[in-house]
Design a protein around this ligand. Structure first.
Ligand code: NDP
Length: 248
């Protein structure tokens, strides 16, 4: 498996689901992982679990939609570790509603967390990465950012925005040894998708060629690959990890 020993990684949304699994897999592969989320007890528990497994991890409790709080957290991590090599912008929320019923608050909460949060993260790490002439930025988007989805105009806009932002920043920083990519998960079994009604789940399953729901590990191993030296010639891409859903 890919070796990322000696690398310092930040994973946002690490308290549960995909982010938690990414944090564990990056640490198992040698990285020192800084776990970020708002729910402190869950990230404390994660860091203890990683350390018990002889991995290296710290936590910083922070809301990624708060520009000052997020950049202060990144600066603390840079001060403690001297650099950030890997940034995984994974924190994300949904506030679903059809356009006619979508409130401005639902729109803003989703954009502020999913899109602005990733912008704040990238802005905060980029100087350090440019100085070190190395960086791996991985933004977790969604297939919904490629296809759209009824009832998710806010979420789809945030995830499509991430793809455009990723391509733009990849062009800006490519000459400095920094790659910027997206992973677009399909339906992954986490608390976020637990909320889906049973009939929607069955309809979704029918349209997945591999015939099963994805696991957080499916995303985490893709993130590990993109974070590794072996992925050094890949930038500005969106890798879909969805059991083939998007081709159906
Ligand atoms: P979960 O709801 O299980 O976890 C979301 C994570 O984001 C939690 O750790 C939560 O922690 C954190 N988070 C939310 N808001 C903030 C915030 N303002 N500041 C810091 N952390 C925050 O979701 P998943 O694991 O399923 O999803 C992870 C990512 O993958 C998201 O970006 C999602 O959009 C994307 N995705 C998921 C899919 C799926 O099928 N599950 C499909 C496609 C994309 P806390 O509440 O403690 O802050």
């Amino acid at each position: 498996m890919f070796d990322i020993s000696g690398k310092i990684a930040i994973v946002t949304g690490a308290s549960q689901g995909i982010g938690r699994t990414i944090a564990k897999i990056l640490s198992k592969s040698g990285a020192h992982v800084i776990c970020i989320a708002r729910t402190e007890n869950k990230i404390i528990d994660l860091v203890e679990e990683i350390r018990k497994d002889n991995g290296l991890a710290d936590y910083i409790s922070c809301d990624v939609s708060d520009s000052d709080a997020f950049s202060n957290s990144v600066n603390t991590a840079i001060k403690d570790h001297g650099k950030i090599d890997i940034l995984i912008n994974n924190a994300g929320i949904t506030r679903d509603a059809l356009l006619m019923r979508m409130t401005e608050d639902q729109w803003e909460k989703v954009i502020n967390t999913n899109l602005k949060g990733a912008f704040y993260g990238m802005k905060s790490v980029i100087r350090s990465m440019m100085k070190n002439k190395f960086g791996r930025i991985i933004n977790i988007t969604s297939i919904v950012g490629i296809t759209g989805n009824a009832g998710q105009a806010n979420y789809a806009a945030s995830k499509a925005g991430l793809i455009g932002m990723t391509q733009s920043i990849a062009k800006e920083v490519g000459s400095r040894g920094i790659t910027v990519n997206c992973i677009a998960p399909g339906w992954i079994d986490t608390e976020m998708t637990d909320e889906l009604p049973e009939n929607s789940k069955n309809a979704l399953l029918d349209r997945i060629p591999l015939g099963k729901i994805g696991k957080p590990e499916d995303i985490a191993y893709t993130a590990l690959f993109l974070a590794s030296n072996e992925a050094n010639y890949i930038t500005g891409q969106t890798i879909t990890v969805d059991g083939g859903r998007i081709i159906n």
